[in-house]
Ligand binder design. Sequence first.
Ligand SMILES: [Zn+2]
Length: 264
Amino acid sequence: MRIYISADIEGTTGISSWQETHKGSGDYGRYREQMTKEVAAACQGALDGGADYIIVKDAHEDGKNLIHSMLPKGVKIISGWSNHPYNMVEGLDESFDGVMFIGYHSGGSSNGTPLAHTLSIDSIRSISINGKKADEFLIYTYAAHMIGVPVIAVSGDGELIRHVRAFDPMIKTVAVQEGFGGAVVSIHPDLAVSRIQKVAKRAVENIASFKTLPLDSYELKVEFKKHQDAYKYSFYPKAEQVGEYTIKYTSQNYMDILTLLMFI
Ligand SMILES: [Zn+2]
């Protein structure tokens, strides 16, 4: 059984400031290690549940955060970025049986964590797909569903997890912290690790019960932080400006949506 894991850092237990997410500043080293422990737990749980091939995409910033030697032997890592439109799930294909998102976070314009954002922290205020707020979980879940691979487990902040459960209550989840204003209240980092391992095992054991929910048509709206960007990207082929800060783009092919997102 083949499992694909996409890992981010802003939904790692205890993380609450941008400094902690950047190499060479603040307590980055501590959170890089915790991110790695949580991913290692997901890998170990997947192995315990019956997985025999696991690949992890390091999907934060330069894609070089995870400490490979701390993961179970046999787990492969994709580090760096190929610039394929699959982006945070690059390397995923039809041969996989399930996807996990570890360390994921609430989307832009949400107050679920002080680190809430969707893709670009600097330029994007929010993204929606068919009227639904689209965080990175939803954007890359649709990518997995497009090729028939179900999402089976997610860890991250509480607001993200409520979004995941509303989207599909079958997905196994672990909420590691709750944001309020500029703060977060977190469970103990070792408890997060053991919960993620347990949930990953259960998800892989029950992998046959997960479904994919592809849509017939996708209406993407991107609200920018600067009106200049909405004007600029309204010239992307088939995009239109529908508000002072917002562009709209519609396609029946989700690959078109992913491709547009690579160019903004
Ligand atoms: Zn990130």
